[in-house]
Design a protein. Structure first.
Length: 246
C-alpha cells in the first residue's frame, strides 16, 4: 500500500435544489423536496466539516436526488425517481449529461490522478438517514458503511468507530447500518475500478434526528474532529504495509 494518503470527501445528496427547467415536475409535490426523499438533511454540513478537518478535496451536489440520484449506478431502477422516470428520453439524457456524468467523472478523475501519483485514496461519502422508515425506528446516531472483504476499509471503519465512541460516548456507532456497505452506490462502483491496495471507500451515515437538535453544530464538530484521529490510527496499524504492493 502507498505511503501517502489522500482524503476525498463527497456528498451526493447535499441539497434539494431544482433547476428552473425542471420545476414543473414538482407542481403539487414540493413537500417531497423537504423530506429524506429529496435530500440528506445535514449531510452537506458534515461533508464540508470533514473536508475542512483535513484540507481534503470536497465534491458535493446540491441538486435534489428526486431528479437523478448521483449515488446510483446508471441502470439502477431508482436512478430516476417517480417524478422523473417518466420524462422523455431526451430530457433524461439531459439530466444525466448535466448533473450525473460531470459529478461522477470529477470524483473518478480525482481518484485516478491520486492513484497515479502513488497515493492511497481514502474516500468518505457523507450521507444522513431518516430516523423512522416504514415504521421502523433507527436507533443508531451514526453508521459507517464499508465492504468487510476489503481489509483497509474494515480497518479504517474500526478505527473511526473507536474514535467516535470516545468522542461521543453516548452515541450508538454501528457498522454497515442502516444499509449494507456493499449495496449499489458510488463507493461500490469505485471499488470495481480500484484495488483495495490503493482505494478505500466508506459511507458515513448520520441520523437526521441529530440535525434537528440545538446541538447540531457541536455534533458536526465532533464528527469532523474524529476523522483526523481515525486517519492517524489507520496509518499506525501494524498491517498498513501488508495490505498491498507499494
Amino acid at each position: 500500500m502507498q505511503d501517502e494518503v489522500e482524503v476525498l470527501v463527497t456528498c451526493e445528496h447535499g441539497g434539494n435544489r431544482v433547476p428552473p427547467e425542471f420545476r414543473a415536475l414538482f407542481a403539487g409535490a414540493q413537500g417531497a423536496l423537504a423530506t429524506h426523499r429529496g435530500f440528506d438533511a445535514g449531510a452537506l454540513d458534515v461533508a464540508r466539516a470533514l473536508a475542512a478537518a483535513l484540507d481534503a478535496r470536497l465534491v458535493a451536489s446540491e441538486t435534489t436526488r428526486l431528479l437523478i440520484d448521483l449515488n446510483r449506478s446508471p441502470r439502477h431502477p431508482r436512478l430516476y425517481s417517480e417524478l422523473s422516470r417518466h420524462l422523455p428520453g431526451e430530457e433524461k439524457r439531459t439530466l444525466a449529461a448535466r448533473y450525473y456524468a460531470p459529478y461522477r467523472s470529477e470524483v473518478e478523475a480525482f481518484v485516478t490522478a491520486a492513484v497515479g501519483r502513488g497515493a492511497f485514496v481514502l474516500h468518505v461519502s457523507a450521507h444522513s438517514f431518516t430516523p423512522v422508515l416504514a415504521g421502523a425506528v433507527r436507533t443508531a446516531e451514526v453508521g459507517i458503511l464499508f465492504d468487510p472483504a476489503r481489509r483497509p476499509e474494515a480497518a479504517f471503519a474500526a478505527a473511526w468507530r473507536r474514535v467516535l465512541r470516545e468522542e461521543a460516548p453516548g452515541w450508538s456507532i454501528r457498522r454497515n447500518y442502516p444499509y449494507r456497505g456493499v449495496a449499489d452506490g458510488l463507493t461500490t462502483h469505485l471499488r470495481k475500478r480500484f484495488a483495495e491496495a490503493v482505494y478505500a471507500g466508506l459511507e458515513l451515515e448520520v441520523n437526521q434526528r441529530l440535525v434537528g437538535e440545538d446541538a447540531w453544530p457541536q455534533h458536526v464538530r465532533v464528527i469532523a474532529g474524529s476523522l483526523p484521529r481515525a486517519v492517524c490510527d489507520f496509518r499506525a496499524s501494524p498491517d498498513w504495509a501488508a495490505w498491498g504492493p507499494r
